[in-house]
Design a protein around this ligand. Structure first.
Ligand SMILES: *[C@@H]1O[C@H](CO)[C@@H](O)[C@H](O)[C@H]1NC(C)=O
Ligand SMILES: *[C@@H]1O[C@H](CO)[C@@H](O)[C@H](O)[C@H]1NC(C)=O
Ligand SMILES: *[C@@H]1O[C@H](CO)[C@@H](O)[C@H](O)[C@H]1NC(C)=O
Length: 372
């Protein structure tokens, strides 16, 4: 009895001590993180707003946030040196900073997440013509040694997002085949049978790593693709302690202030066709409110950065465009948005059709083989 009591007391004591220790560890980590992030934020170069920031310099760096306008690109004829990449702002550490102008385009974060999801599936689904992942890997190896060029699959963030989605598509297809094509439920259009649902996608650790708040991180130079070594610890801290996101946001806003040009994908919507707008709006209605709210809360920094860009830049940017055109006739801003108006509904239908088609094709081939 006595012993039991003692034991219990001991356990309670131990438990107390343990939780104290872990609480203080958490606190220490927070303090450490706050210092790290603070130090990074205040030592970030390029935070003074430059005069003459709107003068076009020798080199133009288009910081291309993925899915801010599919075909957006600036192209240069002679004399103007242009760099278009999904690299983050840390790329500037490799460029002559004084001679470089930076431009970017931001998009409503919710639409950007949708578009990232759609594009991941679209690219990954192309591999479904293969019978299995082994065969995909073999072909990829062969192609790489043949062309040596850069494909979507070599580029961050697609080099992570596409293989992830591809594995998932194959796993779902295998599961369908295991269940047998005919004993399947009547609900043959059940999306979960064929592709990862949106809510699952946005909550995966990979999405947290590279999609959410992606614009803010890219402009701050804090993606997990950053060239700067210390960026990775800052990033870990910000992902762990949400309140530290404020520091990152401030850096990103100042960077925007210093850019030569900040465009908004949505500003070009006016020029998109009426049809696309109507269908797009309806497709949006199909996404449950809960999921929309979740996307917003996972992208709090991007939401705020986007609001900031909307209020600071939308008025400026038309005038800037005109000014730019006068300054440098060689730079063309192509209208990129005709293709950007893809929407959920059409997309969903086309994916289902594609999968069904591939399913039929594979089956048919097997049947043919049997006959032969
Ligand atoms: C993958 O597909 C190839 C080509 O059809 C086949 O030879 C191979 O045995 C398959 N591998 C597995 C693990 O199923
Ligand atoms: C499919 O629907 C038919 C008729 O509505 C029903 O009799 C059958 O049990 C259903 N099969 C499955 C697997 O749900
Ligand atoms: C970046 O994120 C991806 C996806 O989560 C991960 O696989 C990769 O290892 C990360 N890269 C670095 C340098 O942390």
């Amino acid at each position: 009895m006595d012993c039991a009591l003692k034991c219990v007391a001991l356990l309670v004591l131990l438990g107390c001590a343990f939780s104290k220790i872990s609480a203080s560890l958490v606190k220490d980590d927070y303090e450490h993180c706050k210092n790290t992030v603070n130090k990074w934020a205040s030592s970030s170069p390029d935070l003074e707003v430059k005069e003459e920031k709107h003068r076009l310099r020798d080199l133009l760096f288009f910081l291309h946030v993925p899915r801010t306008g599919g075909r957006t690109y600036f192209h240069c004829k002679h004399n103007c040196r242009l760099l278009v990449t999904h690299d983050d702002y840390s790329m500037m550490s490799r460029l002559p900073m004084e001679k470089t102008s930076v431009v970017t385009i931001l998009r409503n974060p919710i639409d950007r997440v949708f578009s990232t999801y759609e594009f991941s599936i679209e690219v990954a689904a192309r591999f479904l013509v293969h019978p299995n992942l082994t065969s995909v890997a073999r072909m990829a190896g062969r192609l790489r040694s043949k062309q040596g060029g850069v494909s979507t699959l070599d580029i961050w963030p697609w080099k992570y997002l596409v293989p992830w989605m591809r594995e998932d598509l194959f796993a779902r297809r295998d599961a369908r085949e295991l269940q047998g094509l005919y004993s399947r439920s009547n609900d043959s259009y059940n999306m979960e049978d064929t592709v990862m649902p949106l809510h699952e996608y946005i909550n995966d650790p990979i999405a947290r790593d590279i999609i959410h708040n992606g614009a803010t991180f890219q402009i701050a130079g804090l993606t997990n693709n950053s060239y700067i070594a210390e960026a990775h610890e800052v990033r870990r801290c910000v992902l762990k302690h949400q309140t530290l996101g404020e520091y990152v946001l401030e850096v990103a806003k100042k960077r925007l202030d210093n850019m030569l040009y900040v465009g908004l994908t949505e500003d070009h919507r006016e020029s998109a066709t009426m049809f696309a707008n109507v269908v797009g709006a309806q497709a949006r209605l199909d996404v449950p409110e809960v999921v929309l709210q979740q996307i917003k809360s996972l992208n709090i920094l991007d939401m705020e950065l986007y609001r900031y860009a909307q209020s600071s830049f939308s008025k400026q940017h038309k005038q800037m465009m005109r000014q730019l055109k006068l300054q440098e006739k060689d730079i063309k801003f192509d209208d990129p948005y005709s293709a950007a108006s893809r929407n959920f509904l059409l997309f969903t239908i086309s994916i289902i059709l594609l999968l069904l088609f591939i399913g039929l094709f594979v089956k048919r081939r097997r049947t043919l083989k049997l006959k032969l």
